[in-house]
Design a protein around this ligand. Structure first.
Ligand code: ADP
Ligand code: MG
Length: 400
């Protein structure tokens, strides 16, 4: 994959496909993390004298302009973070975009309006996407792909546009791909994978792919109960995906054949009801053995003996990938399992990676310093698809 170093950008129009899909409350950005993550590439290009054209999607508008999803606030915040004026085009491939780009001098930055205001961006019809990509290509001389959170989408600006311009990967994509390689092809061992979250079915592909690569797989969260049931234990009213039991039994068998250690909870924190996450009032949890969950209780977190076990199985790892909370961390009575895993990762000298939107949020909500982790991925969906072994359209497009 080429990088910015391979492009001669000075004085040229460079289209940067970023992921500036930030959460908005009205017109106010509530978390500017994704804008910050795009800064290294934009700064680098501007300092090298490029005319920088930044484009992104935001939210899910229906293929036509919708002011609720305007990138105007993002352009404003980007200007503040860069400490320089950022121009804003009020369309994507219309007159405003053309004149805004024409007015750019080397070192200046412009943001285009939301790419999804044009139906061609997300169209399943190749010709419709191609037509939009042609018009985007006319705005620029070079393409830099840096929207890691969108690389698993076969969208015009991600997949079709790079085929039309000399292209390279930006800093963020180069970093994320470098991390993913260290979790798949170029792994330091022992390699431990911690998977949790609500549903096994969301993570089946990841389990299958990492089963061939990891030394240990620790399972927590709601998906643990399908594993416990697959081993013949009753799980009360815990989250259960009956239809996944055969697949899970297959994984347990494969793991045994390959000498991969599966670590399941030995005890769980359970309650009669799912907690009220809004009120966060104290509940009445009990600790029960994982092979003796009473019929009327549901498991909502891994228990204290499991926490000790998981911390111990992480302590000597050289690589750890973590996706999915160990329990219903949104409620303080069920956050200890997730806290223990986060603590084990921050205490560890291993290369530690957190993937997944809720896991990354849990790390922040529980008060951990994000810098204490090796890497927190900016693209949950994209990194999971990579770890499933899938070809990502936005990375494939940058390959050749
Ligand atoms: P990520 O976004 O990190 O990939 P998921 O979306 O798969 O994670 O799962 C996160 C959700 O799983 C959280 O909202 C959490 O409350 C829920 N969860 C964790 N453990 C349980 C459990 N035992 N029962 C029900 N839900 C759970
Ligand atoms: Mg999630």
């Amino acid at each position: 994959m080429k990088t910015i170093d391979d492009l001669d950008v000075s004085g040229r129009r460079v289209f940067v496909r970023a992921d500036l899909n930030v959460p908005l409350d009205g017109g106010t950005i509530t978390d500017d993390g994704r804008i910050r993550a795009a800064l290294p590439t934009i700064t680098r290009l501007a300092e090298a004298g490029a005319k920088v054209i930044v484009a992104s999607h935001l939210g899910r508008p229906k293929g036509s302009p919708d002011p609720r999803f305007s990138l105007a606030p993002v352009a404003g915040r980007l200007g503040e973070l860069l400490g320089q004026d950022v121009a804003f085009a009020s369309d994507t491939v219309g007159e405003s975009a053309a004149s805004t780009v024409a007015a750019l001098a080397g070192g200046q930055v412009a943001v285009l309006e939301n790419l999804r205001f044009n139906a061609g961006e997300t169209s399943k019809d190749d010709a419709e996407r191609a037509a939009f990509a042609d018009r985007l290509a006319a705005l620029a001389d070079l393409y830099v792909g840096d929207g890691f959170g969108a690389v698993h989408r076969r969208h015009a600006s991600v997949h079709d546009l790079p085929a039309r311009l000399p292209h390279a990967a930006g800093e963020l994509i180069a970093t994320e791909v470098g991390v993913l390689r260290r979790l798949t092809d170029d792994v330091s061992r022992p390699y431990a994978v911690v998977l949790g979250g609500a549903k096994v079915s969301d993570k089946l592909g990841v389990i299958e792919h990492l089963l061939e690569r990891a030394d240990r797989i620790l399972i927590g969260g709601g998906m643990a109960y399908t594993f416990l049931k697959a081993q013949g234990h009753e799980v009360g009213s815990s989250l259960l995906q009956e239809d996944q039991i055969p697949a899970v039994q297959g994984y347990l068998k494969r793991a045994e054949e390959r000498g991969v250690e599966f670590v399941l909870p030995v005890d769980v924190v359970a309650a009669a009801e799912f907690p009220d996450l809004g009120a966060k009032t104290a509940t009445d949890p009990v600790i029960v053995a994982a092979d003796a969950i009473p019929a009327e209780l549901m498991g909502l977190d891994i228990g204290p003996r499991s926490r000790e076990l998981y911390a111990a199985r992480l302590a000597d790892a050289a690589t750890v990938f973590w996706n999915g909370p160990m329990g219903v961390f949104e409620h303080p009575d069920y956050a200890e399992g997730t806290r223990t895993v986060a603590q084990a990762l921050t205490d560890s000298s291993a290369f530690t990676v957190v993937g997944g939107g809720d896991s990354a949020a849990a790390v922040r909500i529980l008060g951990f310093d994000e810098k204490a982790f090796g890497h927190i991925s900016t693209g949950g969906g994209a990194s999971l698809e990579y770890l499933e072994g899938k070809t990502l359209p936005g990375l494939a497009a940058l390959e050749d």
